[in-house]
Design a protein around this ligand. Sequence first.
Ligand SMILES: C[S@@+](CC[C@H](N)C(=O)[O-])C[C@H]1O[C@@H](n2cnc3c(N)ncnc32)[C@H](O)[C@@H]1O
Length: 295
Amino acid sequence: MTRELGAAVRAATARLADAGVPSPEADAVALAAHVLGTSAAEVRKAMVLGRAAPDGYETLVDERARRVPLQHLTGRAGFRGIELRVGPGVFTPRPETELVAGLAVEAARVVAAGGASPVVVDLCTGSGAIALAVKDEVPGAQVHAVELSPDAYAWALANRDALALDVDVRLGDATEAFDDLLGAVDVVVSNPPYIPAGMEPVDPEVRDHDPGVALYGGDPTGLAIPLVVAARAARLLRAGGRLLMEHADTQGGTLPARLRATGQWRDVVDHVDLNGRPRATSAVRSTARSAEEPA
Ligand SMILES: C[S@@+](CC[C@H](N)C(=O)[O-])C[C@H]1O[C@@H](n2cnc3c(N)ncnc32)[C@H](O)[C@@H]1O
């Protein structure tokens, strides 16, 4: 017997709630929208009109109840003004990362307002989310991005090509990338791996589906990798250039303090997200070089 869409979505919502999915109704509607090839608003209208549930819907709901990320099931993740393709092998872009991307957009716009073409580098680009959003919002910027994981790199290339955004995406290690841009960059932005070693994420979507190389910051503070990425940013930035780096909400004191201690940065400021949680640090490359810094 054909089931009505409204009943199917309500049953899916209850099922996802039982499975501990944080936003069960929104996910139930999003999956229906995906199968129907339409928007959430159209799904809600079709529910009221008593339309039939589409074939294949319950299979997707089963997978979501097993905590496969919604974005892996739809193959898509919205990020600021763009939509990215995502799936196994790449970190799913998060809404909270829109903050650090927005700070990079602002910094690039300040350079562009002065008449120059801003040079922007995204270290640890994953799906390409930040780099592609910056290019989308500041079309005059020269945007470069690097990613270590070949799987994630392939997703970044696919996203660049699908969005037709002219971004230089490279496969490599962010801690030694872009020898051709030393001292020439206006803005470095990064969402590096920063979860403290040994601290396993609670959400199965993260623990079981985001690649480990995207998550763990390399030591019990979670700051080992972010700090070597920041050291590379210091080599890439011109004096007065700006670093924007995302961090865990527990690192809003430690990351700024560790950056200040290098002597390479001034105007180190921490930023909170929409929920008031410390989420990103900005810093300006100072002209003074620290004693241990290579010339
Ligand atoms: C937290 S994810 C962020 C991805 C993307 N920037 C975003 O915000 O959605 C960190 C990314 O850094 C990559 N990564 C880890 N170590 C790296 C390194 N040494 N050099 C370049 N990329 C690295 C991981 O593979 C992963 O894609």
